[in-house]
Design a protein around this ligand. Structure first.
Ligand code: UTP
Length: 295
């Protein structure tokens, strides 16, 4: 039974500096909701309530976000802002989180290993704090079902453009029955020529506790960091790893361009924003085009 989820949120977020100097990228808003709340909601909808954050010293706003803010509640109450008050209260009572501190940012693999005392010897989920999935709770449920069926680790994969493979961990898979895949090999950030496929690891994993042993044996790799992909390669030698194909949209919020695309796509789903923003964009694009077309 998968009951716990680990959310590593201790990274530096260097691709987003200076914004991430004092503010976690996981707290960046998608219009008015921080990225991390989408991920927590996805887990709750999938029935996973035990959430373990792996945090660091500059990640306090995440703890505050899921805590009670009595001053704010009092202010909203006095101002008669009932609707927003209810929303704020709901977030404060959403989860009973556990926070584990990663004292040095030694990589994603190291962050997951830091959570071991809180996870114990049971299977668990890992959800990355900067990736939002469309229909994420269905995907998490599907991964957990695959785990229940086979009792082995399951990783989520999605198709990326060939030229994009160099940004991701890429998996070679084999279909063993309709819609069920096993992982044969994993390569971290290959060139398009070297890549064994265009299936990228997408930030959702179900692991057997054996991954902790593998993480302990993993030597620092790229950038001196303990890479989760390297530990998964070790795990592959001991256990089968299943793959779960994500067919929905994957929103990466960890770099400026993809973050802006994510905000835009969510804005297009908001009736209170869509029309005004589109009108603005039409105007802005026509101005830009006139500038480009000017001889
Ligand atoms: P990223 O690869 O996005 O790294 O980590 P990062 O440091 O956050 O960002 P960049 O690459 O410097 O811009 C993937 C996830 O793993 C967490 C991050 O917080 C992010 O959610 N992570 C990474 C840790 O918790 N600890 C680490 O040491 C590294």
């Amino acid at each position: 039974m998968v009951r716990k989820a680990v959310l590593p949120v201790a990274g530096w977020g260097t691709r987003f500096l200076p914004a991430t100097k004092a503010m976690p990228k996981e707290m960046f808003p998608i219009i008015d909701k921080p990225v991390i709340q989408f991920i927590v909601e996805e887990l709750l909808e999938a029935g996973i309530e035990n959430i373990i954050f792996v945090t660091g010293r500059h990640k306090r706003p995440i703890e505050h976000h899921f805590d009670i803010n009595t001053d704010l509640e009092k202010h909203l109450e006095e101002a008669g802002k009932r609707e927003v008050l209810e929303n704020i209260r709901e977030i404060s009572h959403m989860i009973n989180p556990i926070y584990v501190r990663q004292k040095e940012q030694l990589g994603l693999g190291h962050a997951v290993l830091t959570a071991e005392p809180a996870v114990g010897g049971e299977p668990f989920l890992v959800s990355l704090g900067d990736i939002i999935l469309e229909k994420g709770s269905e995907i998490v449920r599907g991964m957990v079902d695959t785990f229940q069926r086979f009792g082995k680790s399951v990783i989520a994969l999605h198709e990326v453009e060939r030229e994009e493979v160099k940004k991701y961990g890429i998996a070679k898979v084999k279909e063993i029955e309709e819609g069920v895949y096993i992982v044969e090999d994993l390569v971290e950030k290959p060139s398009p020529e070297e890549a064994p496929s265009n299936l990228a690891i997408v930030g959702r994993y179900v692991f057997t506790p054996k991954i902790f042993e593998m993480l302990r044996d993993t030597k620092p790799g790229k950038g001196g960091e303990i890479q989760l992909t390297d530990a998964m390669r070790l795990l592959l030698k001991e256990e089968v790893i299943y793959a779960y194909k994500v067919e929905t949209r994957v929103y990466d919020t960890g770099n400026p361009v993809d973050y802006l695309k994510t905000v835009f796509e969510f804005a297009m789903k908001r009736e209170d924003i869509k029309e005004e923003l589109l009108a603005y964009l039409r105007n802005a694009i026509s101005k830009q085009t006139q500038l480009i077309d000017r001889p």
